[in-house]
Every structure is written in C-alpha cells, then in structure tokens.
Design a protein around this ligand. Sequence first.
Ligand SMILES: [Zn+2]
Ligand SMILES: [Zn+2]
Length: 351
Amino acid sequence: MKSARIVKPKEPLEIQELETPKAKGSQVVIKVQSSGVCHSDIHLWDGGYEGIEGQLLKTTDRGVKYPLTPGHEVAGVVESLGEEAQGFIKNDKVLVYPWIGEGLCPACRSGEENLCDRPRSLGVYTDGGYSEYVLVPSYRYLVKLNDEMDIDAASTLSCSALTAYGAVKNAHLKPYDNVVIVGAGGLGLMAIQLAKAITGSKIISMDLDDEKLKAAKRNGADIAINSKKEDPIKSVMEITDRMGADAVIDFVNASKTVETDMQFLRKRARLVLVGLFGGELKLGLVSMPTRAYRLIGSYTGTLSDMTELVSLAERGVISPLVSNRFKLNQATDALTMLKEGKIVGRGVINP
Ligand SMILES: [Zn+2]
Ligand SMILES: [Zn+2]
C-alpha cells in the first residue's frame, strides 16, 4: 500500500510503499476513502508546539516516533476483519474513532479514552489515514455510516466536529446563557451549529475576519464581533447588559485571546480552552474564588460523543463543511495550505 509519511519533521512528506496490514484478533483493516487534514497534523510535521515562554514542546518527548503516517480523521470501508471482530462485514461504510487508549487507566475505564494516561491515538502514536489502508486495533472503534452520508463530511466528525462537540458540552450551556465563541474557523463554525442545535443559548461569535464572521452568522451565530475593528470587551459587556458572558469557548487559545476572555466573564462563568495556539496566561488569583470562574481544558471527545455526532449529521441537524480535496501525493501541499491559512473550512485527502 502507499502511505504519505513524515520521515523527518519539517521535511516534505514521502510516499512510501509499505506492506498492507493484515487484521488479527479483534483488529480491522480499513480501506481509507477520506482522511481529514487537521491542525494537529501540522504540529506533528513541525515536530512540536509552543509552550510557556516560547519553549518548544517536542512531539518526540510525548512519545511520537518518526517515520509516521499521520491522519486521525479516517472514514472508509471495511477491507478485512480479524477472527474475533464482530458486527461488521467487508465493505461496511465506517468512521474510525482515533482517540484510542490502552484501556486500563481511570480515564479509559470511565469511557474517556481520549484522555488516556498512555494514549495510542491513531495517526499520532500509530500509523494513520494518509494511506490507502489503516489498521484499527479493534472493531469497537468503528461507527457504521449510512449509505447517504458523504464520506468526506463524515471523516471530519472524528476530530474537528468531535472537538467542537466536546467543548460545547464542557461549557455546560443553559437556555438564555450568553456564550462567546472565539474563532470562526472550521471548529468555531461547527461549535456554533452545535450550540444552536442543542443549547438554546445566545451565541456571540468573535473573530478578526469579516468573511469568517459572515459564515458564523450563516451557521447560526446571533451576533458577530470583529475584535480587530471593535473593542471586544466593551461589545460583550453591552450585549450582556453589563453582566458578562456566562461561558466562553476559545478555539484560538493564545495568550492574547484568553487575556481578553478573562475581561468579560460573568460570575460563575466557564472558560473552555480548546485551541493549541499556545502561550501563557497571568491569572489574578483573588478573582478566581470571588467570581467563581471555572477554567476548563477540553480535548477532542469520547466514542459515545462521536456516535451522537454521526447521528446528528445523518439527521441533517449539523452539516460538516469540507472545502478542499487532495490526493495522497499532495499531502505536503495540503499541510502547507492549512499552515498558511488558505483552507477555509476543512481539507481532506482521498487516497
Ligand atoms: Zn484533528
Ligand atoms: Zn487509558
């Protein structure tokens, strides 16, 4: 099989000819039809991301090994099954849950494999979907898709939409809450759709780009704020009758955006930090208890969240957006375009 692999960080991906995996035990081999191109693939390609005081957090220190086939947003059809795999047959159309854990830690045991102490995520710690075939360690990580489901839209459900869904759930939104959603890229827009569909909160979208804010309105935002043109703190305080936002979901999560978020939190507000832009934050410690803020980190979502999302997408409650399609040998171009901000929506690779 052909796979597009990161051999060394920062160098163009190489198309390598590898042995097609064979499924044993409960394993399943998937013929990849669509593999989403995600911002976290750029961190794998760069070899790290920015931590405190500009220090690079290296992927190899977190257990990533190169050469690596990236790609954790995988949809396709079942090619072959191990003798213990159940519930699926060859050619079943499926989405793969990539946030695989070792199964034994407290997180795994309570259904939060995405937060496993010893993660084995597909396309991060093991070879993923930038490939003609991918080996999934168990049939339990597959969710069946109906025939009508668009395969490219489906692949985005396992990470970008799942991350948005996890963040919306972590914001604990109630009807009539004011929620500020920072960033109107792919994740922000999906969070707007989800918050609109399931919470009844008033949605305030914040971004620097008018085009993205127009998209935010089309996806269900009640109010759009361009934080480059207007004072974001003043605007949020006016919209919320000087109370502040009940929740903020920050899909950028850079020092600058979070410092601003902290200025318009209502008492009891939840600040959900999602983006991996990186940086640091200075906290006024007294206001944490006196205003009873909650800071919540949110990372992807659970297998049961993903199953719910597939159902929401199949019923047309949400519509994942796919904007760019690439072939396997264009993997480097896909990552470059994403890095340069030239993909509006979501890019996918069709091997
Ligand atoms: Zn991702
Ligand atoms: Zn675990």
